[in-house]
Design a protein around this ligand. Structure first.
Ligand code: ADP
Ligand code: MG
Length: 365
């Protein structure tokens, strides 16, 4: 197991990159703490696989270094890095039995026959394939083959890190939940450093202690699920995490008030003069729909019942503002105003969150 350090790392697939836009991975400095379980979350094409393949050594970065426990491994091949990586699609030896597929990484390292037998049995139990150990991999479903790939990734206890690149894509939904639970159990048992790539926020938030959110080749935030929810450092995090995501509105800010369409809205903190494009972000959980004359005038478009609560979708001059209300809440036609709980507001300048300079004084702007 190892701490993994990314030092000044960047990657371009082009031979002669000229500007930032040419980099699939923009410059990055980051520590992955030894023994933690991370999710690497972001939309398709944002650079997740590029980053993972650089860590495992499948890809050589065009800039920067990778350190395992402070030892530079940038120029070491994958085999020397002692890493297990599981990909989106199955990688199995078709002519071998399930048992031999699972045993392969251990035998390759010269493990004793008794240890191999014991470990293969334990992994087969985790992936639910105990009764199929003697079958050839050929002829198994894609789903079963991917379980073998996962098992092969998990079989060695002595790896520096376990890397998973969207490993449950071809697995059916029920089994997904089951396998994710097994991966968490494995992490508890062995405390491997784990990096789990996904574009699915639910998968990320349920699997990991820390979620690393990527957007457009950049790590925009790393935090606990709660931190990502309460203080999105970038508008993308607010929008990508949460269901529905954060409401984001153009605003001007004066001290501890935002002004939108001439309406003053109290904020949770006080801000100095801001430059760039200023926006107010507030989650639907902190947004209220009321009658009366206060707040922003909206048009209710639709009410969605989603079990434990209602999602009210409203329109504010072409911008959607979503409101989460309790299951039993009544929504009457005169409710055409939205307002925000000040403590749930965040202010963004050019998409990055601005730290308030002090508390709100709840009065003069
Ligand atoms: P993700 O895994 O988040 O979907 P990738 O790391 O695969 O994203 O891709 C990041 C960017 O790099 C994308 O724009 C993709 O088209 C580009 N890219 C990925 N692999 C290659 C490659 N081998 N050659 C050129 N461009 C690539
Ligand atoms: Mg990918």
């Amino acid at each position: 197991m190892a701490k993994i350090t990314l030092d000044n790392l960047a990657h371009s697939y082009l031979p002669n990159p000229t500007g930032e836009a040419d980099y699939a991975l923009k410059e990055l400095n980051h520590d992955w703490v030894d023994g933690e379980a991370y999710a690497l979350l972001g939309a398709s094409g944002c650079g997740k696989s590029t980053l993972l393949n650089i860590i495992s050594g499948l890809l050589h970065p065009s800039q920067g270094r990778i350190l395992f426990n402070d030892r530079d491994v940038t120029n070491e091949p994958t085999a020397a890095r002692n890493i297990a990586q599981v990909f989106q699609f199955p990688v199995v030896y078709d002519t071998m039995s399930v048992r031999d597929n699972l045993a392969f990484p251990l035998r390759n390292r010269g493990a004793s026959a008794s240890y191999v037998a014991e470990r293969v049995q334990a992994i087969a139990r985790m992936i639910g394939m105990e009764s199929e150990l003697n079958r050839k991999a050929r002829g198994l479903t894609a789903d079963a083959k991917q379980k073998i790939s996962l098992g092969r990734g998990m079989v060695r206890e002595d790896v520096n890190a376990l890397l998973f690149d969207e490993p449950l894509t071809v697995i059916d939904p029920h089994m997904k939940w089951e396998l994710r639970t097994q991966l968490k159990a494995l992490h508890h048992e062995f405390g491997h450093t784990m990096i789990y790539v996904t574009h699915d926020q639910t998968e990320a938030l349920t699997f990991a202690d820390k979620v690393v959110v990527m957007h457009d080749g950049r790590v925009v935030q790393m935090g606990t699920p709660q931190e990502l929810f309460e203080r999105p450092e970038h508008t993308f995090v607010g929008y990508f995490i949460g269901s529905p995501g954060m409401n984001v509105l153009e605003a001007t800010v004066k001290g501890d008030h935002a002004v939108i369409d001439g309406i003053e809205l109290p904020l949770g903190g006080r801000y100095e003069a801001l430059s760039g494009r200023v926006q107010l972000g507030v989650r639907p959980e902190f947004t209220r729909l009321t009658g009366g004359e206060d707040g922003l005038a909206v048009r209710v478009k639709r009410v969605e019942d989603v079990g434990r609560h209602k999602v009210v979708r409203t329109d504010f001059f072409g911008t959607e503002i979503n409101v989460i209300m309790p299951e039993g809440a009544e929504i009457s036609p005169d409710m055409t105003r939205v307002s925000f709980a000040p403590e749930g507001t965040n202010i963004y300048a050019d998409d990055w969150r601005v730290t308030p300079s002090g508390p709100a004084n709840g009065g003069a702007a």
